[in-house]
Design a protein around this ligand. Structure first.
Ligand code: PLP
Length: 355
């Protein structure tokens, strides 16, 4: 089924698309309350958390903004290793949140050692890091980073953007001590774009309660109040997308969470092996994404021409992103994708290279 070999949006199963055609219901109705609260157990299981998972009518960037606005009282330390870490830095600045950034060379991960001097300074009450940097194809060692951060500053809040990995790669929110794990519907979850999802810890909620200006739309305190007291959201939710998410979560549980992660690992292996034999991999060994592979153009390849050829077969891959747009290209392997889909794509790219 998969034809979008880009790092999101990903292909959506027909029954998930069809779920959006259900008749509309009000978001202050028993039918909605049942639908909405019914999502919680499956989302908690998927993200390995006992805490609540907020669902917003937004993409993931809205929740990057939410974490910065709700939870930073003193100063945010932001680890970046690519375009989406840099975006989070901009999001914090444009919300007036005090922030400092530590950047890794692109292609390299962020590391626990990067935290030492900064966190020993006592200036920071919050840390933000991207789990899966969609531009460079780097997966950061978030468990190790979070453990070191908590050693250095026990009550630090840790925010993780896993927009292109949550639901495809294992992230253990509670075991790793994460306070906000945020993602979007349109990537590994394979639901159409338009929902943001965030697992939010009790610690994060307590911090939010202690802050006055949290914004309104993404106010965690309000989102919690409505989730608990009214089984709904403060503003109108994206009801059709929530129907789609409901059906997709059943499909994810039917596949099995571990099986889903294992399938993503196999897809990543397949793409990396193919790419390493023809080009070179952009991300450092040991830190390569399980859901998107960024490939260095170590030999000439015209991506618009390749995509024109692939489109004849209803397939598309992705350009490089941001400053490495010309130097790289990307193959997304997440969501609904199967190995058999790559068995169609990769030989087609080989045929293009041989021409
Ligand atoms: N963070 C990461 C790591 C991403 O990959 C993306 C999008 O690709 C975003 C944030 C922004 O997410 P959205 O486009 O859903 O707002």
């Amino acid at each position: 089924m998969a034809r979008l070999f880009i790092p999101g949006p990903t292909d959506v199963a027909p029954e998930v698309l069809a779920a959006q055609n259900k008749p509309m219901i009000g978001h202050r109705s028993q039918a909605f309350y049942a639908l909405f609260t019914g999502l919680q157990p499956r989302l908690r299981e998927l993200f390995r958390t006992e805490a609540r998972v907020f669902i917003t009518a937004s993409s993931g960037t809205g929740l990057q903004e939410a974490a910065a606005r709700n939870c930073v009282r003193q100063r945010l330390l932001l680890l970046s290793c690519g375009a989406f870490g840099d975006r989070w830095h901009q999001v914090a600045i444009s919300n007036g949140v005090p922030v400092d950034r530590i950047s890794s060379e692109w292609g390299q991960p962020n590391t626990p050692d990067q935290l030492e001097d900064a966190l020993r300074s006592g200036r920071y009450d919050s840390l933000a890091v991207v789990h899966n940097e969609t531009s460079t194809g780097v997966e950061n060692p978030v468990a190790e980073i979070a453990a070191r951060a908590r050693e250095l500053v026990p009550d630090i809040l840790i925010f993780v953007a896993a927009v292109s990995s949550a639901g495809g790669a294992e992230i253990r929110v509670d075991d790793w001590g994460l306070d906000v794990l945020l993602t979007s519907s349109q990537k590994c979850l394979a639901v159409p774009p338009g929902l943001g999802l965030a697992a939010v810890s009790d610690r994060a909620l307590a911090r939010a309660r202690s802050k006055k200006e949290r914004g309104w739309y993404f106010d965690f305190v309000q989102l919690e109040k409505y989730l608990v007291d009214r089984q709904s959201t403060p503003a109108t939710p994206a009801v059709s997308l929530i129907y789609a998410l409901d059906v997709q979560l059943d499909r994810i549980m039917a596949e099995g969470i571990e099986a889903r992660f294992a399938r993503h690992r196999r897809l990543a292996d397949q793409v990396r092996t193919w790419a390493a034999n023809r080009f070179s991999l952009y991300a450092a060994e040991g830190y390569r994404s399980q859901t998107v592979t960024t490939i260095r153009k170590s030999r000439p390849i015209d991506i618009p021409a390749l995509n024109a050829a692939l489109r004849q077969h209803d397939m598309v891959i992705a350009n490089g992103y941001g400053p490495i747009r010309e130097e790289t290209f990307r193959i997304g392997h997440m969501g609904e994708m199967q190995s058999s889909d790559l068995d169609v794509l990769l030989p087609e790219i080989d045929r293009f290279l041989d021409e």
